[in-house]
Design a protein around this ligand. Structure first.
Ligand code: ZN
Length: 249
C-alpha cells in the first residue's frame, strides 16, 4: 500500500488516524543553487529523505504517511540576485506550515514530524513546533536529516572547508538521486569557502563571504557515493529518533 498521504482515500485516512499514524512533512524550498544545480535542490533532497525514511519506518511496521514536499519557503535576499528563488515571507511560510499541521490535528492525527531540509528554515520550523504545542497541547518532532548525517559526511568529505550551499555535499546528494540534473560542465571553485572561523554560526555565513555565482562551497569534490552515504546515515539517525518519538512523546 502507498504511504503517500495524498494517495489515500478519506476512509483510509480515517483508519490511519485510528492507528495513530505518523505524518511526515518534508520541507525543502526553491532557490538558486549556482550554475550547475537545479533550483529545486532542497526540495529534491527533502523528497529523497522523506521517501527513504518512510520506507524504512514502514519496513519496521510503524504506521507512516508522507506528504509531498513543501517546495517553496523563505530565502534571504542575497540568493534572489539570480533567477529561480521564489521567496516566501517568513510569517506567510510559518502560517502555511502551522495551518497544515493544525488541520491534521483537528482531524485526529497526533504524531507529526517535519523534515527540515533548508538552512534558512531552522528557527522558523522550531517556532511553529512551539506554537503548535501551545495551541494543541501536542509536541510535534522537527529534525534535520542532513545535520544528523554530519558525522559520516565529516568522515568522508574531501573538501576540508565543508559545504554551505551547492558545494560538495549538496551536489553529491543530487548526483546520488538525479544525476541528470547536475551540469558538471558548470562546476566552479570561485566560491570555495574561506570564512571558517569563530564567526561562522554566530553570524549568517552569507554575511561573512561574498558569493560570485550563488554558491558557498566547492562542487568539484562531489561524488554520488558521498551522497548515498549521507542519505543512508541521515535516514538511519532520523528513523532511530522517530521510533523514540512514537514510543515516548
Ligand atoms: Zn540547498
Amino acid at each position: 500500500m502507498s504511504y503517500y498521504f495524498g494517495e489515500q482515500s478519506w476512509p483510509q485516512l480515517e483508519e490511519a488516524i485510528r492507528k495513530n499514524t505518523l505524518v511526515i512533512i518534508p520541507v525543502g524550498t526553491t532557490e538558486e543553487h549556482g550554475r550547475h544545480l537545479p533550483v529545486e535542490t532542497d526540495a529534491i533532497i527533502a523528497k529523497m529523505y522523506g521517501d527513504a525514511i518512510a520506507d524504512a519506518l514502514t519496513k519496521e511496521d510503524i504506521h507512516v504517511l508522507l506528504t509531498r514536499p513543501i517546495y517553496y519557503g523563505y530565502s534571504m535576499n542575497i540568493v534572489t540576485r539570480w533567477p529561480g528563488t521564489l521567496k516566501i515571507r517568513t510569517r506567510v511560510f510559518m502560517d502555511y506550515i502551522y495551518d497544515m499541521i493544525s488541520a491534521l490535528m483537528k482531524q485526529g492525527f497526533k504524531k507529526v514530524a517535519l523534515l527540515d531540509c533548508h538552512g534558512n528554515h531552522d528557527g522558523l520550523l522550531r517556532t511553529v513546533m512551539r506554537e503548535i504545542a501551545d495551541e494543541h497541547d501536542n509536541f510535534i518532532c522537527t529534525l534535520a536529516p542532513s545535520k544528523l548525517s554530519r558525522p559520516v559526511y565529516n568522515k568522508l568529505k574531501k573538501d576540508p572547508e565543508g559545504d554551505i550551499h551547492g558545494g560538495e555535499w549538496e551536489t553529491s546528494m543530487v548526483l546520488a538521486y538525479r544525476p541528470e540534473l547536475v551540469n558538471t560542465a558548470e562546476y566552479t571553485q570561485v566560491d570555495a569557502i574561506k570564512c571558517n572561523n569563530e564567526l561562522r554560526g554566530p553570524v549568517s555565513t552569507w554575511g561573512l563571504q561574498e558569493t560570485k555565482t550563488g554558491l558557498f562551497g566547492d562542487p568539484t569534490y562531489a561524488t554520488a557515493e558521498l551522497g548515498k552515504a549521507c542519505l543512508e546515515a541521515g535516514t538511519a539517525a532520523s528513523v532511530r529518533i522517530l521510533k523514540q518519538f512514537m514510543e515516548r512523546v
